[in-house]
Design a protein around this ligand. Structure first.
Ligand SMILES: [Zn+2]
Length: 119
């Protein structure tokens, strides 16, 4: 991937800054070792970064259409505005903003990004 080197450099700079600020006095009293405690805290921070990246990317999605196809019945649903919801990502919890539609046929709200899971 062409961007790998660039991403590695950015991650190294960010990791250096976070390590200085967040790993200075890691509590290792309940860890297997000091290194184990450092790794545990680093994993917690990386999970927070991943969840925040998902939240920010979801917030920058382009404006939605006035209508969207209901994944349950296939009829058109009307845009109801943006909806905030908590989301459990693979790396931890976050809150995203997503478009909500209402299907008059099913009489339910639906969220196109869910591919019909909640309709
Ligand atoms: Zn429907």
């Amino acid at each position: 991937m062409a961007t790998t080197k660039r991403i590695e450099e950015r991650i190294a700079a960010m990791a250096r800054e976070l390590a200085e600020e967040e790993l200075g006095d890691v509590d290792d009293s309940n860890a297997l070792s000091w290194l184990d405690a450092v790794e545990t805290r680093a994993v917690e921070i990386s999970d927070m970064i991943a969840a925040e990246m998902v939240r920010q990317k979801a917030a920058t999605r382009p404006a939605e259409e006035d209508e969207s196809i209901c994944p349950q019945c296939g009829k058109l649903g009307r845009y109801q505005g943006q909806h905030e919801r908590p989301l459990i990502t693979r790396r931890g919890p976050t809150t995203i903003t997503e478009p909500k539609y209402y299907c008059p046929c099913c009489r339910k709200d639906f969220f196109p990004d869910d591919q019909g899971d909640r309709c």
